[in-house]
Design a protein around this ligand. Structure first.
Ligand code: ADP
Ligand code: MG
Ligand code: MG
Length: 910
């Protein structure tokens, strides 16, 4: 609808050019103002200057813009004059305007609104005479000079210590008068404020406040365009992926006045509760107020509905009599306006079929709407509103699925801080919101001590420079984890998310001193045992104990999940290493285990001793002896998994990490190990040195371990098959899938598959019974993807290990990428962290290709993914498009993946 020479779109009673679909051209605010006019809702008339003009401003500057739109703006003003019956610039009865910015997506950091534009020393007298309300006229003028001086003339505090210079003057005048509220200032005081403001502008800016309304108008319009490129806006755009080319629109609109006295006011409202999603109209208003007074907190706003007012009074501990006298609801105070407001909000919500956030003004008993938009909401509200609206027939099932951002389900899965308590808490540091949730506990610096403290019944937060696999158990018993180093995919972050444990990672300001058992932030030092609280959803670290409350899993959450299952094609499995994880995963709707990392079982209890024995053994019999000790423990683990997952597939990966991960690297622990194993320290040191690799992730790991030490594969296979037989005997339906890691050649696969088959056959022989099982492989080296047809001829299933595949395809390690990746993302070299969201063009291409090649030789080949990406919504959508059978992710991300899979199915994987 954009035409080359139309740049100004009017809205009003007699004509409206735009509508809600024109957000790109008119911005969100402008498009919705037009739409409201079309719906017959009362909106002050105005016009919108399109976003395209902003681009002209950015490229060609102010004069080009004036040239381009002067005639249209003149016509636009004439349009408003016609609608409102007042003339712009007429000092006797002036038409006053507001100038409002409005991009496609609502964007903090843009220019603030300017109200009452068109006033000057003559017009203020005209306004006073015409309204018969001198105080109102000067209140409006005072506000205008202040806003214009700040926003257009740039009169802002010069340092962060300085207060807003206008507010300083207001406070001085109030002080002089001995009053507390703006409303207590009289006309003479307001006149004095205007004078002082003008003097301030003259002194600081070196120019007079402009008296010509047209000059005021152009100044404001250009200030909006200018603000598109201010630093705040640029930073926000960067963070939210908003292209500079979008530009902002400018809305110029006739003023309506909420500051005309006790029959006027202004307010904001939500058609439903944005925190809980409850279908309850709610909001706040102020009598005799203008603009942002309600949100600015200068007076206590009143509640719109009686119900809301009563709830508010209860929280504020205000009795019913006092409430009714001092803080009555709009419903009680202006029943007629209230009725109109209900009509408008109902109409708007039905029309947009979504919860609306609205702004309105009451001028002498008349209601005017000033804005509507889809309201921001919590994850919980998102779910509830979607499901309520589905039941109310406002949206259909597919739309209900689209309405919930999968990522936001996180908030429903973890305990949360009490919002009121959080406001009072003192934030001492900030890190990355690595794993959501709320944690409160005493600081401990060592994983083993975390366990010890918890055994004594304490609650702890594990604070580490960074974590390593040795810290697993300490992490699992801690309330939360705080690390000074490491990103969103650091060990701590990944493990914490997997555990559904709150974690703040990479809090750079935190300095951990292990020997002193302290953590220092700035000039403050915190000792072991002090209480701190972590908000894993925001990355905030608070001092002391911030009270938490259990997340409420409403019935709607379950209903949404059922709906997701109805539409999704992808299966969703979980990465789970223990029966407890498996149980949690099943509770979240996982339909199997896509990855069990057997090595995680090696750290538990005294298993690590047996593992170390195996590593230290210098001959085959020695290794076999150690492995024989591990066998019953592993078998027990697998039995637990098969029991919990009865009827569902369980994919077990053979030992994967390099062996050096299982031995201590510091002398103190090596000494302990030496004593435990009854060998000299020197022997331990020698072996640890032996295991040292320059690049362990590309070293002796994965199936390379099983090929050099087939006895490990034998033991693990035996444990799996025996466990399967045992559980079947107990009546469970066992579906075991044995997975060979890090395969790069068909021969590697075959060598390991032979060991597995022979071992299984041996067990079957001994037991005199058989059970079906599958042998598959991970596709996680680029070479495996390239020869996926040859491998597919041998393997019964593929599971993409996208963590390693990404690492090896990109050629940088996940653990070291933190040094440059943030820089790359900021610079636009990568759009996203490829370890968080699959690199669709590169790594994704390998996935696609491998699926096609694999299925070309084995059409029914089962294919899944078990990297971190399995729980990333954008990646899930991509995998849907690749034709995968399932994704596998950590238990707490199962609901997120289910929803993302449904959205992919609904919108065809777009
Ligand atoms: P934001 O984008 O920050 O929400 P707005 O452009 O919505 O800024 O303006 C803020 C407030 O200014 C509005 O909520 C409304 O109260 C007031 N306002 C804006 N335009 C007018 C107008 N034409 N008449 C009366 N009040 C207005
Ligand atoms: Mg607004
Ligand atoms: Mg791997």
């Amino acid at each position: 609808m954009a035409s080359e020479n139309k740049h100004v779109y009017v809205f009003g009673q007699s004509r409206t050019d735009g509508d809600a679909k024109m957000k790109n051209l008119l911005g969100g605010k402008g498009a919705n103002l037009a739409e409201m006019c079309r719906l017959g809702i009362r909106v002050p008339s105005g016009f919108t200057i399109s976003t395209e003009v902003c681009t002209v401003y950015t490229k060609q500057g102010l004069d080009a813009v004036k040239e381009l739109i002067r005639a249209e703006v003149t016509q636009g003003i004439a349009f408003i004059e016609g609608e409102m019956g007042k003339r712009f610039g007429n000092a006797d009865d002036p038409l006053l305007l507001s100038v409002r910015s409005g991009a496609r997506a609502s964007m903090p950091g843009m220019m603030d609104t300017i109200l009452n534009l068109g006033l000057n020393d003559e017009a203020v007298a005209g306004l006073a005479a015409k309204s018969g309300n001198e105080r109102f006229a000067w209140d409006s003028y005072r506000r205008f000079v202040q806003m214009y001086g700040d926003v257009v003339m740039g009169l802002k505090p010069v340092s962060k210590e300085e207060h807003d210079p206008f507010e300083v003057i207001i406070d001085a005048v109030k002080h002089q008068k001995g009053v507390a509220l703006d409303t207590e200032l009289e006309t003479a005081d307001l006149k004095e404020l205007v004078n002082r403001f003008k003097g301030l502008i003259r002194a600081r800016v070196g120019r007079e406040f402009p008296t010509d309304p047209w000059e005021q108008l152009w100044g404001s319009v250009m200030a909006v365009f200018q603000s598109w490129n201010n630093e705040r806006a640029q930073v926000y755009r960067e963070l939210n992926d908003i292209p500079e080319s979008w530009g902002t629109a400018v809305n110029v609109q006739a003023m309506v006045f909420g500051n005309l006295g006790s029959h006027s006011g202004t307010g904001v409202a939500f058609t439903r509760d944005a925190a809980t999603g409850e279908d309850l109209f709610n909001g706040e208003f102020l009598i005799n107020a203008q603009g942002e007074d309600v949100v600015a907190g200068i007076r206590t706003p009143q509640q719109i509905t009686l119900e809301g007012s009563r709830r508010w009074a209860e929280l504020a501990v205000i009795g019913e009599d006092e409430r009714r006298a001092k803080y009555p609801s709009l419903e009680e105070l202006m029943p007629d306006i209230y009725k109109q407001l209900i009509e408008a909000e109902t109409k708007l919500e039905r029309h947009y079929a979504d919860m609306q956030d609205i702004e309105f003004t009451i001028q002498e008993g008349r209601l005017w709407m000033l804005q509507t938009r889809n309201g921001k909401r919590t994850g919980a509200a998102m779910v509830r509103i979607a499901m309520d609206m589905l039941r109310q027939g406002l949206i259909d099932e597919k739309e209900a699925l689209r309405r919930v951002n999968p990522e936001r389900l996180n908030e429903l899965l973890h305990p949360v801080f009490d919002p009121a308590a959080m406001k009072k808490a003192r934030s001492i540091a900030h890190g990355l919101p690595a794993s959501p949730g709320a944690a409160t506990g005493q600081i401990v610096f060592f994983a083993d001590e975390a366990e010890e403290w918890v055994r004594k019944g304490r609650r702890v937060v594990l604070v580490r420079q960074e974590t390593s696999p040795e810290d697993l158990r300490g992490m699992s018993v801690a309330q939360g984890i705080l690390t000074a180093r490491g990103g969103m995919t650091s060990h701590a972050a990944v493990v914490a998310r997997g555990m559904g444990k709150c974690c703040v990672s990479g809090a750079g300001a935190v300095h951990v001193n292990y020997s002193a058992r302290t953590m220092t932030i700035g000039s403050e030092t915190f000792k072991e045992g002090e209480w701190i609280s972590l908000n894993g959803s925001t990355g905030d670290v608070y001092l002391g104990q911030v009270p938490t409350k259990e997340a409420e899993l409403t019935g709607d959450f379950g209903a949404l999940m059922e709906l997701a299952d109805k539409y999704k094609r992808l299966g969703v499995r979980a990465n789970a290493d223990t029966p407890a994880d498996a149980k949690a995963a099943r509770g979240f709707g996982a339909t199997g285990i896509g990855l069990c990392r057997t090595e995680h079982m090696f750290f538990e209890g005294d298993r690590i001793r047996a593992v170390r024995e195996m590593i230290l053994a210098d001959d085959l019999p020695g290794r076999r002896r150690a492995l024989a000790k591990l066998l019953p423990m592993q078998r027990g683990d697998f039995e637990g998994l098969f029991r919990e997952m009865s009827g569902l597939p369980v994919t077990i990966r053979l030992l994967d990490p390099p062996l050096h991960e299982f031995v201590p690297h510091d002398e103190a622990n090596q000494q302990i190990m030496a004593e435990e194993m009854n060998v000299p320290l020197g022997v331990i040191k020698l072996r640890v040195d032996d295991l040292h690799e320059f690049n362990p992730m590309m070293g002796h790991r994965g199936c390379r371990l099983g090929i050099t030490y087939p006895e490990i594969t034998e033991m693990q296979t035996r444990a799996i098959i025996e466990a399967a037989l045992n559980m079947r005997k107990q009546g469970h339906d066992v579906k075991a899938e044995i997975m060979i890691p890090l395969v790069g050649t068909v021969r590697e696969f075959n060598a390991q598959a032979n060991v597995i088959r022979q071992t299984a056959a041996a067990v079957f022989q001994e037991r005199g019974e058989e059970i079906a099982y599958m042998i598959g492989t991970m596709i996680e080296t680029p070479r495996a993807a390239l020869i996926a047809d040859s491998i597919g001829a041998q393997a019964e299933f593929f599971s993409f290990g996208t963590n390693d595949l990404t690492q090896m395809t990109m050629g940088f390690s996940r653990d070291d990428a933190g040094k440059f990746l943030p820089h790359y993302i900021k610079g636009g070299i990568y759009e996203r962290d490829p370890f968080q969201s699959i690199d669709q063009k590169g790594v994704g291409l390998l996935v696609k290709m491998a699926v096609e090649k694999g299925r070309s030789v084995r059409p029914k080949l089962k294919v899944g993914v078990c990297g971190e990406h399995g729980g990333d919504p954008a990646s899930v959508v991509f995998f849907h498009g690749c034709g995968l059978d399932y994704v596998s992710c950590s238990p707490f991300r199962v609901p997120i993946a289910r929803l993302a899979a449904a959205q992919a199915a609904v919108d065809g994987g777009k």
